[in-house]
Design a protein around this ligand. Structure first.
Ligand code: G4P
Ligand code: NA
Ligand code: NA
Length: 189
């Protein structure tokens, strides 16, 4: 997606060989027009797949899942990272290991929101290690729903996430694929 790549070049801050900060337009302050366009790209890529639900994980996947769900005219679900008071026992759960925080956390989705009749599109902001996305794919499998694929706004192709998803034969659509980067330099795949 050219518009997204241009924005990353203009406003992205490359903090190291591995970390790209996009806080001025995606992850903290949000460029709503760009996010809506991102949703339309994902919707177009999966237009023929009969998607019934878009699934993401809180927090920074939510705006992209919402934009995609609006374009597809379906609901979206965000998996929760913490057990809440109102959450019942009837949840699908997956344990995700965060390499950046060096700890595992549990993600959950209420069982009433995903059924074997659903066809799910998973959406997230970054494809990095892929751990969170594998956890979401696991939750979809537990529910018996079909998984149409994963839409990632920014893929860091030099990290292992893509191959982890490919090993599970999951279709991946990434709108910006970064082949490599270092402070002051970025190259798209
Ligand atoms: P992941 O690939 O499964 O997301 O796992 P990883 O442990 O690598 O990433 C941890 C968190 O950092 C994730 O957010 C992920 O989206 C984010 N992340 C990974 N690489 C980058 C990057 O280059 N830049 C930025 N800005 N974020 C990155 P999270 O823990 O799910 O938190 P939240 O922000 O969604 O609440
Ligand atoms: Na995320
Ligand atoms: Na994040």
């Amino acid at each position: 997606m050219k518009r997204l790549q241009d924005k990353i070049r203009q406003e992205g801050l490359i903090l190291s060989d591995k970390v790209l900060k996009v806080d001025s337009f995606l992850n903290h302050q949000v460029d709503t027009e760009l996010v809506l366009a991102i949703g339309e790209e994902f919707a177009a890529a999966f237009a023929g797949d009969g998607i019934t639900k878009v699934l993401t994980i809180e927090a920074s996947g939510i705006q992209f899942a919402m934009a995609t769900a609006i374009a597809l005219k379906v609901p979206f679900i965000y998996a929760k990272k913490k057990k809440t008071l109102t959450q019942g026992a009837h949840v699908y759960a997956a344990d995700v290991y965060s390499f950046t925080k060096e700890e595992a956390y549990r993600v959950t989705v209420d069982q009433s929101f995903l059924t074997p009749e659903d066809t799910v599109l998973i959406v997230d902001d970054f494809l990095a290690t892929g751990a969170a996305l594998v956890g979401l794919a696991d939750i979809v499998a537990q529910s018996g729903a079909s998984l149409a694929g994963v839409g990632c706004v920014i893929e860091k192709s030099f990290q292992e996430g893509r191959s982890l998803l490919e090993q599970r034969s999951i279709r991946i659509v990434s709108l910006a694929r970064i082949a490599s980067m270092s402070p002051g330099r970025i190259s798209f795949a």
